[in-house]
Ligand binder design. Structure first.
Ligand SMILES: [Zn+2]
Length: 388
């Protein structure tokens, strides 16, 4: 039996336990930074598996690093586990399956690790949806000694080399002057008017921005009462684009819309850029090919990768080291993540079967990184060539 077959066999034997792990995390949804139960469950799952478990990174209590002992020198490969849920919706992005797949892959490879060079690391990355935990981990140097990082994400398609959008947030606050809206409206400076004018200017701007870019927002404060001229109003936007630089240009354009609105209404304008800001995903092509080949050897078919409309903190990892963020289908095509349908699929028989397949493909791809010198050279060359 080849080492890949041995690893996938071990995952096969763990299937029921991994299904249970995915279901337990699904049934106890925890928001980013609060995923204590999920981390505890993963920690106890790793018992007796020769992983050294360390919890808490850069002040993030629910981040962890589990390192398998190293037998001989070689590359370091990281499998990434997310486990945060969404407010109200629960595990509607299927991060419970991401966690179980990476844990399964790590144990599968760990079981045969004495026959392999290099180092194997399982990283628990909290708060993908709200704090972008991986961004802190990049800053903290967690990825400095790692040669390749990988995970899978459930989706409505099997796609490997899909990119994601760079994303920043912008909060705009207008300060005006209150007055009685009927008694003395001429004394008021209307901050809500400035907010509405910002949306109108943005809507005109939309015709002149590049395809695949997105600017979407809400009014977060529109005043207190209809009979009071709003002295304070605010709105918040997400600004996304395929390239980090163009996204930054769009942020500046949106600020100009707001400054124009402030001038027109006589308001003062203030800007805040709430964290996190996600970088665009740069899928590493040699790793993409390796994952795809391993998936095809298990009978999967993959669709053509086209641009990505979402954003993820895996983008920041992919701008730091060679990385992939492949998608495997758990729902009919057209079913979107962050819906109740997707949440139910993340705890379905099909969802958990796909998770086992993902664990196997991740294990095989991790073995490729650990054992193939040529893949290591190619992924590093590709990373250097495509650096912005
Ligand atoms: Zn997600």
């Amino acid at each position: 039996m080849s080492v890949k077959q041995q690893a996938t066999k071990h995952i096969e034997l763990l299937s029921d336990d991994l299904h249970n792990l995915a279901s337990r995390i699904h049934n106890n949804p925890e928001l980013g930074s609060e995923e204590h139960k999920a981390v505890e469950q993963i920690n106890s799952f790793l018992k007796d598996s020769q992983f050294e478990f360390g919890c808490g990174i850069d002040g993030m209590e629910t981040a962890f690093q589990a390192t398998h002992y190293q037998r001989s020198p070689g590359p370091t490969v990281a499998l990434l586990a997310e486990y945060d849920a969404l407010p109200s919706l629960g595990h509607a992005c299927g991060h419970n399956l991401i966690a179980a797949a990476s844990v399964g892959a790590a144990i599968g490879v760990g079981k045969i690790k004495e026959n392999l060079p290099g180092k194997l690391v399982l990283l628990g990355t909290p708060g993908e949806e709200n704090i972008g935990g991986k961004i802190n981990m990049v800053t903290e140097g967690v990825f400095d000694e790692i040669d390749a990082a990988m995970m899978f994400h459930p989706s409505d398609q099997n796609v490997v080399g899909k990119s994601s959008l760079s994303c920043s947030s912008l909060e705009i606050i207008f300060h005006g002057a209150s007055a009685h809206a009927s008694g003395s409206p001429e004394e008021g400076i209307n901050a809500l008017d400035a907010t509405i004018q910002t949306f109108n200017s943005l809507n005109a701007l939309r015709q002149h921005i590049e395809d695949d870019s997105r600017i979407h927002g809400i009014i977060t404060n529109g005043g207190e009462k209809p009979n009071i001229v709003p002295e304070l109003a605010s709105c918040e936007f997400n600004i996304r684009a395929p390239e980090d630089e163009y996204k930054d240009d769009l942020v500046e354009k949106l600020k100009k819309c707001a400054k124009g609105a402030a001038l027109a209404t006589g308001c003062e304008v203030e800007f805040n850029q709430p964290e996190p800001s996600y970088k665009a995903m740069r899928p590493n092509e040699p790793l993409v090919k390796a994952f795809k080949k391993n998936g095809e050897s298990l009978g999967l078919e993959f669709q053509q990768a086209e641009g990505g409309a979402g954003s993820t903190d895996m983008g920041d990892v992919s701008q730091t080291i060679p990385a992939i963020h492949p998608y495997l289908s758990i729902v009919p095509e057209g079913t979107s993540a962050h819906t109740s349908e997707f949440r139910d699929a993340a705890d379905s028989k099909k969802g958990k079967e796909v998770m086992i397949t993902a664990a196997k493909i991740l294990a095989m791809t991790a073995i490729d990184v650990l054992t193939k010198g040529s893949l290591n050279t190619e992924m590093k060359e590709y990373f250097a060539e495509t650096a912005p």
